[in-house]
Design a protein around this ligand. Structure first.
Ligand SMILES: NC(=O)c1ccc[n+]([C@@H]2O[C@H](COP(=O)([O-])OP(=O)(O)OC[C@H]3O[C@@H](n4cnc5c(N)ncnc54)[C@H](OP(=O)(O)O)[C@@H]3O)[C@@H](O)[C@H]2O)c1
Length: 172
């Protein structure tokens, strides 16, 4: 299973501002994120990312949405054909996607879930869309766990008048 982490970040590595502020993400970028999820057929996110997307009116994406939470029973699932709330481990989630026929998984965050996958060396590729905004406090791309990884630069280019995309392979 190939796992791609896709995230929209500020140049200083934040994925949300204070109070889960996502106003730095342009509409073009939201469309890009929706397309990534649609193309992958699935997306994996944390419960806090789910709540932020729901508040923004962006949830669910048009694919199988996997939401990690330690308390899946707490959530009333209004989209049973599209959304799974689960307390499975990152590895077990990838096994579940494999058993459903997926060869690729799209991890979209937030920072705590990203770090859980990274710590277990489950991420193969990192795609970062850089927004031209600096904010100094908020949620980082990886939160709550210590780890390190060597990356190989695959591509760096302008993808819109405002945004740059950097693609890395994670060396294992
Ligand atoms: N810029 C972007 O591309 C982008 C993308 C996605 C999200 N975001 C932003 O990121 C922020 C949320 O990030 P976050 O780091 O605070 O939270 P998060 O990673 O989205 O969610 C963390 C929650 O996931 C659940 N969880 C279950 N198993 C886990 C595991 N193995 N590892 C980690 N979490 C697990 C827990 O929920 P329970 O407490 O329910 O057990 C935990 O509190 C939001 O502001 C969102 O808007 C930005």
């Amino acid at each position: 299973m190939e796992v791609r982490l896709y995230s929209v970040v500020t140049p200083n590595g934040l994925i949300a501002g204070k109070g889960d502020d996502l106003s730095f993400i342009t509409e073009t970028e939201w469309q890009g994120m929706l397309k990534e999820a649609y193309d992958a057929g699935n997306c994996i996110m944390g419960r806090r990312a789910y709540e932020a997307l729901l508040k923004k009116g962006k949830f669910p994406f048009n694919c199988l949405n996997i939401v990690l939470t330690k308390s899946p029973k707490k959530f009333k699932n209004k989209w049973p054909d599209k959304v799974i709330f689960t307390n499975k481990s990152p590895r077990a989630i990838l096994n579940m996607l494999s058993s459903k026929g997926f060869q690729k998984a799209l991890l979209i965050g937030g920072g705590h879930v990203n770090a859980s996958f990274a710590k277990q060396k489950l991420i193969d590729e990192i795609v970062l869309d850089l927004e031209p905004r600096l904010i100094t406090s908020g949620i980082r791309l990886f939160e709550g766990k210590e780890f390190g990884a060597k990356l190989k630069l695959i591509d760096a280019r302008r993808v819109s008048p405002e945004e740059a995309r950097i693609i890395y392979k994670v060396e294992k």
